[in-house]
Design a protein around this ligand. Sequence first.
Ligand SMILES: Cc1cc2nc3c(=O)[nH]c(=O)nc-3n(C[C@H](O)[C@H](O)[C@H](O)COP(=O)(O)OP(=O)(O)OC[C@H]3O[C@@H](n4cnc5c(N)ncnc54)[C@H](O)[C@@H]3O)c2cc1C
Length: 547
Amino acid sequence: MLDTQVLIVGAGPVGLTLAVDLGLRGVRCMLVEQKEAPQFLPKMERCNARTMEIFRRMGLADRIRAAGLPAHCPMDVFIVTSIVEPPLLHLPYPSVAEAKKEIAASTDASMPLEPYQLISQYTLEPLLKSVAEKLPSVTVRYGTEFLDFTENPDSVTARLRRGDKTVEITALYLAGCDGGASPIRKQLGIGLKGEGNILELRQALYRCDALYGRIPIGKGRHYHVADAQHTFLILQDSTRHFTLHAVVEQDSDMVAQFAKTIVMPLPFEMINCGVWRQNLLIADRYGSGSRVFLAGDAVHLVIPTGGLGMNTGCGDAIDLSWKLAATLAGWGGPNLLKSYEIERRQVGERNVAAARFASTGRRKWRSMWRPNIRDNTPEGAETRANLARVADVEQRKSNEMLGAELGYRYVSSPLIAAEGGQRADKAVDVVADEGPEHNFIDYVPSTYPGARLPHVWLEDGTAVQDRVGHGHGYTLLRFAGNRDVAALGRAFAAHGAPYGVLDLPDKRARDIYGYDLVLVRPDLHVVWRGNALPDDPARLAALATGH
Ligand SMILES: Cc1cc2nc3c(=O)[nH]c(=O)nc-3n(C[C@H](O)[C@H](O)[C@H](O)COP(=O)(O)OP(=O)(O)OC[C@H]3O[C@@H](n4cnc5c(N)ncnc54)[C@H](O)[C@@H]3O)c2cc1C
């Protein structure tokens, strides 16, 4: 007997995002988590712009901003010898309030609809948990450990331990959002490729109420100390909490390290401390190939430089979510779930490479450190100048990867009508990719099939992305009202797939998107574009819906 449609293991940010999105789509799911409750442990703190666009579509962006760092706080990054001396390098980045103004004034498609948001993982998880718990089709069970599973031809049965009881839950699909040590990935025998255990650091969380107001060199979110211990002070969302990363011998050393970093004699408390290791790893596969799927840190482990850990995982979650929902609703064809690994593993690979690019940059400027860095001598001054010069190029790589965040597109996906290599006798086909280059830093807006639909303001002040609501299925954006598109509607209807035409008689948006017709999927990725329907609309609808 079926207990639920989707069993999700792991209530980290990825499992929670998946549960909420499935719940919003009316899918019955159960989320199980071994911890008794969300923990006050530091990990990620920055949702990138794409993740905030995703949360906006889920109706959560404002709540997340209200719980996160206040909108007026600068997001600047400093490289310092100490936080009370003039910085070696100061990289200013707009506060959320400033970024929102820039976005409101933007007239091209180069900016996201939502800016980033600093919110600590220990704030985000309880918030998402409370949202998930209110959704009628979602059951949330903390204090429940996943033990193992059996995959059957038409279901998956998992054994779970709750207290001293073992129970079995049968679902149609199993989603392993169970983190870097993923027991589900291990049971599937899926290996991780890349570099593991690159560097071991300690991270501690502190409360220091007076520090933020007293930092004399300027307010920011990251303070990298140019020292031999790789010390790195990170502001958390309350402005009263901070984390510190450093290479030190033992946990107790992190008390002295914080005192040394803040210099000023301020009272503080170290709340917890732990070891973490830097990895750049990607899983060979993203699931069993039929009923078990893996997402988030279970399949990609990056150095958090550049913040592509949870953010990549949230992208996995929403890609998997609509495909599961469509398959369960009966209109999704077999390629829909097959495409999950094809689409998301390439993003995982690119983001592992982007994290390597960013962390190599950081290592480069840190390699300029010399023991004389604080000396008041010409040699000391030269060390400082050299480090600042290299950091001015290399540190930016960590903070300015808008290309990786927004510019990802799905290549060679069976759901995307590739351009360029189409065969003459077929309107659409999945063929070799000739699309725009992937770029970690620069975001080049594009409606090339597979890309995220760029954000464009319409003349009436609304955003195109908002006009395509979260619950919508496929949407054909029509910028020229006289194009006859009825055949595509009939073709989607033949699959029972939700579809609609959105007429947008807006010249600027048409010019930016470059085509009269742009077909987008429920996750706002472009399936196809053109100035008239393809010769065989039925083939396009079949491809889009995974048939
Ligand atoms: C210091 C640091 C800073 C970071 N900063 C950023 C950042 O700014 N931006 C960013 O995007 N990422 C950042 N990351 C990475 C980010 O924290 C992770 O990518 C993110 O937590 C992954 O989410 P997840 O849900 O996939 O996995 P996890 O958060 O690891 O959650 C997995 C969950 O599964 C549960 N689980 C595991 N096994 C079982 C089982 N057998 N039964 C039941 N439950 C189980 C675990 O208890 C856990 O709650 C940072 C990481 C670190 C270490």
